[in-house]
Design a binder for this molecule. Structure first.
Ligand SMILES: [Mn+2]
Length: 331
């Protein structure tokens, strides 16, 4: 019998919506000793990462998900926000934080930092240790999960290198190297947790993102079929930008060197026939598969969108009717 799973998108500190979604999906709070955790009699939840930041109930969201993972009713992979938190709170051998405490990074992590003040560092340190043990991707029987982008070369790097100690924690060496631009470790984290990006042409003024930061690199729709990837000539065809920015890339051709890199064999080979689920991309509108085997589950709960889940029962081609969502403001 095929195991059945509910893959759940970025939670971003919205514990209340998460609890209501779990209840809607038929998860029940079960008491075990002093712990209470959600479980489903027939299904396992899979979280695509980004449990924290932006929302106001980060500790509650972590408590709910960690209790499920610890008790075997859920699996989780690391999102870029868990990775960033690890680096924000870890120092290198010279005493510098791996993620600088600048204004941009502070603001991105502000809600969690405020909760740490209230709830205490001891509990936070337990969560940081938990983050450090999270897998960077999952390959289960019949589907794959990654926070942002499946890239086989990056997955193979992780499989072929010792990046964890005997307790399953990411090593200091991996964390330090992954925060240094130019290392293989940096690239692996950058692609798997933050996604494939391409530069705008040198003379383009750039595009402001949802947080008001000027971006010169844009997120590639990495789930394109090999045919679509080979045929893409313009930015509109190859990247995702918010709707209000689409006029700023209209008709602009991708320079040849970037096209060549975009069509390198390791990127052309990423699409195969095994379903892949991810979060990260701030979609809006009705949840639906992006291709017959790719689905994003991040529909912007942190911006008033629904928390989205895909109920997977073993199908090889994703089914639009299997998405479930819980809108922020409905009871
Ligand atoms: Mn996210």
């Amino acid at each position: 019998m095929i195991a059945r799973y509910d893959i759940i998108g970025d939670v971003h500190g919205h514990a209340d919506i998460l609890e209501r979604l779990l209840e809607k999906l038929g998860y029940e709070k079960t008491k075990k000793g002093r712990d209470a955790f959600y479980r489903h009699p027939e299904r396992t939840a899979v979280f695509v990462g980004d449990i924290i930041d932006r929302g106001k109930e980060n500790f509650k969201a972590m408590a709910i998900v960690k209790a499920m993972v610890d008790n075997g009713s859920a699996l989780i992979i690391m999102g870029n926000h868990e990775y960033n938190a690890l680096c924000y709170h870890t120092r290198d051998s010279n005493g510098y934080f791996l993620r600088p405490h600048n204004q941009k990074n502070f603001i991105q992590h502000k809600e969690v930092l405020e909760e740490i003040q209230k709830k205490g560092r001891q509990q936070w340190n337990i969560y940081l240790e938990w983050f450090r043990k999270m897998p960077l991707f999952l390959e289960l029987d019949g589907f794959r999960v990654v926070h942002a982008c499946w890239n086989q070369r990056c997955v193979d790097f992780i499989k072929n290198n010792t990046i964890r100690d005997n307790n399953g924690r990411l090593t200091d060496r991996f964390l330090v190297r992954s925060s240094q631009k130019g290392t293989a470790e940096f690239q692996v984290i950058d692609i798997l947790l933050k996604g494939e990006e391409i530069r705008l042409p040198a003379d383009h003024p750039g595009i402001y993102d949802k947080d008001g930061h000027l971006r010169k690199k844009l997120r590639v729709k990495w789930w394109m079929t090999p045919e679509e990837r080979a045929a893409a000539q313009t930015y509109e065809q190859a990247v995702r930008v918010k709707e209000t920015a689409s006029a700023k890339i209209k008709g602009i051709h991708i320079p040849g060197d970037i096209l060549n890199d975009m069509r390198s064999p390791d990127k052309m080979e990423n699409i195969n026939n095994i379903p892949v689920f991810f979060g990260h991309y701030w979609f809006s509108g009705d949840p639906q598969p992006l291709t017959p085997t790719a689905a994003c589950l991040d529909y912007s709960v942190a911006r008033g969108g629904p928390l989205v889940c895909y109920r997977w029962d073993g199908e090889k081609q994703l089914i639009p009717a299997n998405f479930r969502g819980l809108a922020a403001h409905k009871c």
